[in-house]
Design a protein around this ligand. Structure first.
Ligand SMILES: [Zn+2]
Length: 161
């Protein structure tokens, strides 16, 4: 297992929709174990493959001691009820934003061995999954901010650059 290096916040790969994975895929086990290793090293709840430069629809999460590997995940149902969520992101260091997320979601997710599962998530697991699925679509938390806040954020990114 290898701890992967995070891409810098201004890397365009973070703003690009990742490729759908062919299943089963060569190196998938390696990528998954690297992602978990990197997740725990950074003490995060979730990590998407594009954050470490793997442009595939693959992410890992560990919320309340429940591990979930997301492979080509797709939200097929989302509650109308929304919750406020304070989120940070390893790809946007130093930034914390308050976003509105669905309280409950149902996803279609591929199994590593092949086949699909339908999984319903609530609470923090639902929020983390929405955050990671955003990554797979090239959406960072800062994209979900109002334009004024976005402007302030861009100035900050320039300072990092
Ligand atoms: Zn993130």
């Amino acid at each position: 297992m290898t701890i992967r290096k995070l891409l810098p916040p201004n890397d365009t790969a973070l703003m690009t929709e990742a490729d759908t994975m062919g299943v089963p895929l060569l190196f998938m086990d390696q990528h998954i174990s690297d992602l978990y290793e990197t997740l725990y090293f950074n003490n995060a709840l979730g990590l998407a493959a594009p954050q470490v430069g793997i442009l595939q629809k693959l992410a890992v999460m560990d919320v309340d001691d429940t591990k979930l590997t997301l492979i080509n995940p797709e939200i097929i149902e989302a509650s109308e009820e929304m919750v406020e969520s304070k989120e940070g992101c390893l790809s946007c260091p130093g930034i914390e934003v308050t976003l509105s997320r669905h309280k409950e979601i149902t996803i279609k997710n591929y199994r590593k061995e092949g086949g699909e599962d339908t999984i319903t998530l609530t609470g923090q697991a639902a929020i983390t999954a929405q955050h990671e699925i955003d990554h797979l679509n090239g959406i960072l938390i800062t994209y979900r901010l109002s334009s004024l806040k976005k402007h302030r954020y861009k100035r900050q990114v320039k300072r990092w650059g």
